[in-house]
Design a protein around this ligand. Structure first.
Ligand code: HEL
Length: 409
């Protein structure tokens, strides 16, 4: 690390904000294609730190962000910012190296696995799911593509499961579900729309993706993540441990905000995440998520045809679109970024990369069920990719599903 600057949060007194920047070897050696990261405005780590301090003031115990910015000479500058604590019990400072639960960023990994299978001719995107798993879904028109871009209309069973946040969580914290049990929870409800009608985000889609991957390969999704993504990219902080409840090695503890104002935060670190599995149960780190997304958009995980499929967008809210397990967010400086967000009890994750994978950001707050923190963390994308060209209008970040619009606390 070339420099090391420490300063204090005006709001939070002794909580340290740490800024680190320095050259490092490129996460992946190959230059990407498309608009190069080199033409992006330089990142603004000070403004990024300001966003993290705001998240702390809004109730997050800690927050951090890491930018891997590959320069034209193929060296990568790494910016790292951390504030607050990773563990409220021990007061261990938040760092950018701890492992955490990535929630729905898992969906991008699951989509990569399925798209690799498509590239191998083992599944077709526009074929009905019921062709592969006869009678599984209530409508023969639901295709594999409809799962991946959330247009199937399958009801999201987590709406009911987490209607009451803490009791809902505690009821499933140590439970182990099969994929079919989760699907059955969804199928108690009619389809929410005609298959293919538009984007309607639902965890159920990626539960069926996991089921399909296991059916097509005859192997657990864990083995597919490991063989196709984790080992080839040397993602040493990335794990799928379902149904184990712990996070291996040094990790960030996650704190769930109860619905009742003023109630104490709930340490949600230990859980099976069985309610999500292939829709949200991966553990990773900021470095690994940046490596993953750089490799994906840089063309190292999928053939060009499947990456192009992944980037076929459907509208998903103001300034947003959804591809196949991939979000696009359009920023105030005219730059679009690609990746996913995650919200699992105790952890909010934001992992995005530039057009060519040349600049990647992962940001994390160890809080959840806190709409103010969520909105603030979404705004870390602006200083990371727009730098000082970020417009004041970046305050207007709209949720893409009603549940995201949790009341600010
Ligand atoms: S929700 C999202 C995010 N996705 C979806 C998935 C994920 N996570 C969930 O479905 C968990 C929902 C409960 C989370 C919990 C909390 O905040 O810890 N909230 C409640 O229980 C509220 N009653 C679309 C935000 C994504 O960004 O894709 O991750």
């Amino acid at each position: 690390m070339a420099s090391w600057v420490g300063c204090r949060s005006a709001v939070l007194g002794s909580l340290a904000l740490v800024l680190l920047a320095g050259p490092a070897h490129a996460a992946d050696g190959r230059p990407g294609t498309g608009t190069p990261a080199a033409v992006l405005p330089a990142p603004d780590p000070e403004a990024l730190g300001g966003r993290l301090r705001t998240a702390l003031a809004q109730g997050a115990p800690g927050a951090m962000a890491r930018i891997d910015d590959r320069r034209p000479d193929h060296h990568t500058t790494v910016h790292q910012v951390a504030a607050g604590v990773a563990d409220r019990g021990t007061k261990e400072a938040m760092s950018t190296t701890g492992r955490f639960r990535v929630g729905s960023v898992t969906k991008t990994f699951s989509a990569v696995v399925l798209l690799q299978l498509a590239a191998e001719g083992r599944v077709r995107l526009d074929t009905p799911v019921n062709h592969y798993l006869p009678g599984l879904l209530p409508d023969d028109r639901i295709t594999v593509r409809h799962l991946l871009n959330h247009s199937s209309g399958l009801y999201d069973y987590t709406h009911e499961m987490f209607a009451r946040t803490v009791p809902g969580f505690e009821a499933v914290r140590t439970k182990v579900f099969t994929y079919r049990q989760l699907l059955d929870l969804s199928l108690r409800h009619p389809l929410t729309q005609t298959p293919g009608a538009g984007h309607a985000y639902s965890n159920t889609n990626f539960v069926v993706v996991g089921l399909l991957v296991e059916h097509l390969t005859g192997r657990p999704v864990r083995a597919e993540y490991e063989d196709r993504i984790i080992r080839p990219l040397k993602l040493n902080d990335t794990f799928y441990v379902h149904p184990d409840t712990g996070i291996p090695g040094r990790h960030v503890r996650g704190y769930l905000t109860p619905d009742e104002a003023g109630a104490p935060l709930v340490d949600a670190t230990e859980q099976t995440v069985s309610w999500a599995q292939s829709a949200g149960a991966l553990i990773s780190s900021a470095r690994d998520l940046n490596t993953f997304l750089s490799a994906l958009l840089g063309g190292r995980l999928l053939p060009a045809a499947q990456l192009a499929q992944m980037r076929q967008w459907i509208p998903a809210g103001t300034g947003q679109a959804y591809g196949l397990g991939l979000r696009r967010r359009d920023l105030s400086c005219g730059v679009s970024v690609y990746g996913h967000t995650g919200a699992v009890q105790g952890y909010y994750t934001y992992a995005f990369t530039s057009e060519d994978g040349g600049r990647s950001l992962t940001a994390l707050a160890n809080a959840s069920n806190n709409g103010g923190v969520h909105q603030t963390m979404l705004r870390t994308l602006e200083p990371a990719f727009c730098g000082k060209q970020a417009k004041a209008s970046d305050a207007a970040v709209l949720p893409d599903r009603a549940e995201d619009a949790e009341p600010a606390r």
